[in-house]
Design a protein. Structure first.
Length: 405
């Protein structure tokens, strides 16, 4: 990772003080000051605007933030936070709102992050590793003995964070009659695949939530707020409800798993909704600017301004192969950024972020692609955006300084 312009400051966020490092805060500046090629970023912004055009756009609305070091070099909003009233199954058409009733997208619009929530759960877990209250290779059953499926099969914390527990992708918690039935399903769930085999599963981060809440005595929402978003000044990031958020889906069967109608400001994921909106795998709402701060803090070794959410060694642990909570080097959504240790994630609602320590860059692309109805994932725009940023790095003049000075 390129060295940053650090300064010493007293300890914050539970540190003992002294000798702690602080990284510069983000600022908006020119591509040149960020060590990025302006023409490539112009093409990036142009392409993002096109994503919301036409009768069948990639998304109703999109927000982009991209930068390098402590500089946001591109920030753009396009399209609509709320465009549609419903989806007509009979005609297979999107029913648009009248123009005066639509809500334009803004760079300040919050989005349902969907699975990007997993990254915050993962950071909360690694914070407990740093404090010595959680063991990465400890067995989940040691913390949650009543979760007999995990206990009897020896599932570990590391396996939850790396999706190698063997747990299936999800459970129909949304069909359970009450909280007791949902908890019973989770406690009984045993691996359906051999341990060590990668199987992406929401259940991994759900179980991790229960572990964190057991060892700390605090809810996940409190852990995320007090340990991550509040220290970093991410004031637009929290679990819902979030009334001003971009709309998601006209959620009805048969294409969805619940009958909820048009959703805005309440969690889209049916299981997270069934669990009350706070879940280890989904439920957070945030803005692109706040997520850029999150990326910046990790690129700077866990520090941002006067706050430190993790020590550099634990950031390195989290972002080392195979990644704890983070996906590493995945060209299918990271494009040309995904080859030298880039980390990130995508979310079902249309969200994604990439941070690349090798080039000190970050890319946040938020979209409401499920508005008004979910569709097969199309990652081509994410790849194209990442490719533009990678080319902007390669085409920039030599002598880049991450401090942006």
């Amino acid at each position: 990772m390129p060295s940053l312009a650090y300064r010493r400051h007293p300890g914050r966020n539970g540190s003992k003080g002294g000798g702690q490092l602080s990284a510069p805060r983000l600022r908006i500046d020119t591509p040149e000051r960020a060590g990025l090629d302006a023409e490539e970023l112009h093409h990036l912004v142009r392409d993002v605007r096109r994503l919301t055009k036409g009768p069948d756009p990639w998304a109703a609305g999109v927000v982009l933030v991209a930068g390098r070091g402590p500089v946001i070099a591109a920030e753009e909003a396009a399209g609509w936070a709320v465009r549609y009233a419903s989806y007509d199954e009979k005609t297979e058409s999107c029913i648009e709102l009248p123009p005066e009733a639509r809500v334009p997208m803004s760079v300040h619009t919050p989005f349902d992050l969907a699975s990007l929530t997993k990254l915050f759960t993962a950071v909360a877990a690694v914070q407990q590793l740093e404090r010595g209250t959680l063991g990465v290779d400890a067995r989940v059953g040691a913390y949650l003995p009543e979760f007999r499926g995990a206990r009897e099969h020896g599932i570990t914390v590391r396996q939850l964070l790396t999706h190698t527990s063997g747990l299936r992708p999800e459970l129909p918690l949304y069909d359970c009659p009450d909280a007791a039935a949902r908890l019973a399903l989770l406690r009984a769930e045993a691996p359906s695949s051999p341990p060590g085999l990668y199987v992406y599963s929401d259940l991994n981060l759900l179980l991790l939530q229960f572990v964190l809440e057991r060892i700390t005595g605090r809810g996940l929402d409190v852990l995320v707020r007090d340990g991550i978003t509040r220290p970093l000044g991410m004031t637009a990031t929290s679990f819902g409800p979030c009334p001003g958020a971009a709309a998601t889906e006209d959620q009805r069967r048969p294409w969805a798993k619940a009958e909820r109608g048009m959703l805005r400001g309440v969690v889209h994921d049916e299981n997270a909704w069934a669990l009350g909106g706070v879940a280890g795998h989904a439920g957070l709402f945030s803005t692109a600017r706040d997520l850029a701060v999150f990326c910046r803090a990790l690129l700077a070794g866990g520090s941002y301004g006067p706050a430190r959410i993790l020590g550099p060694d634990f950031v390195e642990l989290m972002l080392a192969p195979p990644g704890l909570g983070f996906a590493l080097d995945q060209p299918w959504f990271m494009g040309a950024l995904g080859h030298r240790g880039a980390a990130g994630h995508t979310g079902f609602t249309g969200t994604s972020l990439v941070l690349d320590p090798a080039t000190d860059t970050f890319l946040v692309l938020l979209a409401n692609t499920v508005h008004p109805r979910r569709r097969p994932a199309d990652n081509a725009p994410r790849v194209a955006a990442a490719n533009h940023l990678a080319r902007a790095v390669r085409a920039s003049p030599s002598g880049y300084s991450p401090s942006g000075v």
